[in-house]
Design a protein around this ligand. Structure first.
Ligand SMILES: [Zn+2]
Length: 122
């Protein structure tokens, strides 16, 4: 893992560690990686997203240097969810859809509630 990737993941984890959505904090294990794959986001299903997470793998449309802290925090929240609900979380997108999916709303809440230069409300 490169230093830029490590820094982005560590910063996002520090935000998520202030939340208690799940019994254990998100684990930045060896398999948690960020990859920039612009071609993927040209495919129909992916074209609406700037980031997409599959278990421990965070896929970005743009190079990491251009990704916002909020985007990495949002996607790492999905890693956290999948570390606790490895089947239920991804399957939920099949029967709950995207927009009102509870895991999606939770990831948005995680990002919004930890945003801001002073660290947000905590
Ligand atoms: Zn999401």
């Amino acid at each position: 893992m490169g230093p830029e990737e490590h820094a982005a993941l560590t910063a996002a984890k520090a935000r998520l560690d202030r939340l208690s959505f799940y019994p254990r904090p998100v684990a930045l294990r060896r398999t948690v990686r960020i990859l920039s794959v612009p071609w993927l986001f040209r495919l129909p299903w992916f074209s609406r997203f700037d980031g997409y997470t599959m278990w421990d793998l965070i896929l970005l449309r743009a190079p990491l240097a251009q990704a916002s802290d909020d985007l990495i925090c949002h996607e790492l929240c999905h890693v956290w969810q999948m570390q606790h609900r490895p089947l239920a979380m991804p399957l939920s997108y099949l029967y709950r859809g995207y927009a009102s999916n509870p895991y999606e709303l939770e990831a948005r809440r995680a990002t919004a509630s930890t945003a801001g230069p002073s660290g947000g409300p905590g």
